[in-house]
Design a protein around this ligand. Structure first.
Ligand code: NOJ
Length: 587
């Protein structure tokens, strides 16, 4: 039951309670609740629980030195923009020295900065300046593999009895010219590469230039945990753990089971159960969490988790919430079609299937075609993008977004093989065209190269940049960018959207995805998204009754249809094609 209390009084009360609670906390915990940071929903929750985390692909965000490649100084120069958007943390994809075969995911030195992106001083400046903008920095931690140019691998490959031989996975072949088993790389063909010097094969889940580390060797864990300390000591707020599911392989080295059909590289499909998500991963995650927990302030561990079901995802948090704080929930964001039942069920699972843990929703990243294209119908793309943003920011979730998502940037997939930069696109052409399309330069304005660089960028800017850019969209009140800003601000300032439980409603037959955010005290909020091109007028009276919420009308907080009135009858909520309505429930 909602109590009879006005929203203003309720906000004031929660603010006073929160201040009283904070005053009794030790100094370290107090840092978490920054003044003005969480609006009326000031709580003592760790920062990441309500955060908007913004993924930057540094190569493509902002070039400051005119070489066509983005860099750290470029990012520092754009912190004002990120703060105005409402970003709490930036996840930087790898900026370490690298031969750049996999654009940074092949690391040759974990404790330095690639000169293409700048210097350690530039990094320290970025952390400091970001702090001034209330933005934290998260690093990408690639534990599964190194570059084949990393000194560890150079030593390892040098001889059969080098002390680092066992840091990687070396095995004899089955016979002359035959790899140890049928395991396949996620990036195509055999996962084993032959080394003539030592007449053995090494295992690589990804490119041959990315040999897998042997996580069964304790020295590997020790060396990598030193890397973790190195960056924590430099003030990073946590890590996104790359390819965390594939740290271990089954020691039996048996063949993987074959499945029907072939993949994009023409290889037979395999079930991957001997090389993906082995239970040993959890031991490493627990040790890592202990390490990050031992540092002051709350450091966060985000997982690159592509799991098939909510049960496996739940395990990533650890039985005692002692593993990842935020494994990526790809169940919701990668449905890839506006199917209202699927969305409702997946959101409901995030409520009931994660043992009360915080979901981390994500629709876009540097490995997948942009949601603009995956969900857009070619006619209502902007309205659909507003629907997706509403799901991302107005459900009970930490939000992970990708640069340019807030603008509606297009996936600019190469049309000719000779233009492809991402090696999987070259190997897999034409079925797999690679990931260049979602990594194009950030679109800042309509000047040459979209304001990203003065030189020709490493990837072409999509033609849409003339209108889809920060400068233009900032000026237009109904732009996607302004929708993002308003949603993020609302999620921060509105008590229900900040702290409320999430009650997912069933309006599947109306093709409307709707939910209620219900705070412990004060007004609940209704969110409704039309999943169709047909306008709707819906009653939510029944939903309120079922959930014991009193309400007769809604006070409009945000809506995609600018003509909607400041209040609306609970019996007749109007939704435009792919329209969104967010209103506070009153009686
Ligand atoms: C996942 C990263 O997101 C992707 O870009 C990379 O290619 C692989 N892991 C290998 O590190």
């Amino acid at each position: 039951m909602t109590r009879k209390i006005t929203p203003l009084l309720s906000s004031l009360l929660s603010l006073l309670l929160a201040i009283a609670a904070i005053a009794t906390l030790p100094a370290q915990a107090q840092v978490l609740a920054r003044p003005g940071w969480a609006g009326s929903g000031v709580t003592v929750d760790p920062w990441w629980k309500h955060a908007v985390i913004y993924e930057i692909y540094p190569r493509s965000f902002q070039d400051s030195n005119g070489d066509g490649i983005g860099d750290l100084k470029g990012i520092t120069g754009r912190l004002g923009y990120l703060q105005s958007l409402g970003v709490d943390a930036i996840w930087l994809t790898p900026i370490y020295p690298s031969p750049q075969v996999d654009f940074g995911y092949d690391i040759s030195n974990y404790e330095a900065i690639d000169p293409q992106y700048g210097t350690m001083d530039d990094f320290e400046e970025l952390v400091k300046e970001a702090g001034r903008h209330n933005i934290r920095i998260l690093m990408d931690l690639v534990l599964n593999h190194t570059s084949d140019q990393h000194p560890w691998f150079k030593e390892s490959e040098s001889s059969l009895n080098n002390p680092k031989r066992d840091w990687y996975i070396w095995r004899d072949g089955k016979g002359p010219g035959q790899p140890p088993n049928n395991w396949q790389s996620l990036f195509g063909h055999s996962a084993w590469k032959y080394d003539a010097k030592t007449n053995q094969w090494y295992y690589h889940k990804f490119y041959p230039q990315q040999p897998d580390l042997n996580w069964r060797n304790p020295e590997v864990q020790k060396a990598m945990f030193d890397v973790v300390r190195f960056w924590l000591n430099r003030g990073v707020a946590g890590f996104r753990l790359d390819a965390i599911q594939t740290l271990f392989e089954d020691p039996s080295l048996q063949d993987e089971k074959l499945l029907p059909g072939t993949n994009d590289y023409g290889d037979p499909n395999q079930d991957d159960s001997l090389t993906d998500y082995l239970p040993e991963v959890h031991n490493v995650l627990r040790d890592l969490r202990k390490l990050t927990n031992s540092y002051p302030g709350t450091r966060v561990l985000i997982g690159e988790t592509y799991l098939n079901n909510v049960g496996d995802l739940a395990k990533m948090y650890g039985p005692k919430n002692d593993e990842l704080q935020l494994p990526m929930d790809t169940q919701v964001g990668f449905i890839n079609k506006l199917d209202v039942t699927e969305f409702r069920e997946r959101l409901q699972e995030a409520e009931t299937g994660l043992d009360g843990n915080q979901p981390l929703l994500v629709f876009d990243n540097h490995d997948n075609p942009r949601s603009w294209n995956r969900y857009g119908d070619g006619v209502h793309n902007e309205a659909i993008a507003k629907v997706l943003a509403t799901i991302l920011f107005a459900t009970r979730s930490t939000a992970l977004m990708y640069y340019g998502q807030e603008l509606g940037m297009d996936t600019n997939t190469p049309t000719r093989k000779e233009d492809v930069k991402d090696p999987i696109g070259i190997l897999g052409w034409p079925r797999e065209k690679g990931r260049d399309g979602e990594r194009t330069p950030m679109q800042w304005d309509e000047s040459n190269y979209a304001g990203f660089s003065t030189a020709r960028p490493w990837l072409p800017v999509p033609a849409s940049y003339k209108t889809v850019n920060v400068a233009d969209e900032s000026k237009s009140p109904n732009s996607l960018l302004n929708w993002y800003k308003q949603l993020i601000a609302l999620r921060r300032s509105n008590h229900a959207l900040h702290d409320g439980t999430n009650i997912v409603l069933n309006h599947d037959s109306d093709n409307v995805l709707a939910w209620i955010r219900r705070p412990a005290t004060g007004a609940a909020v209704l969110v409704a998204c039309n999943f169709s091109a047909t306008p709707k007028s819906l009653s939510f009276k029944q939903d309120l009754r079922q959930n014991h919420i009193r309400g007769a009308f809604l006070r409009t907080l945000l809506r995609s249809d600018p003509s909607i009135q400041p209040t609306m009858d609970i019996d007749a909520v109007q939704l435009q094609p792919f329209g969104v309505y967010i209103g506070e429930i009153h009686f």
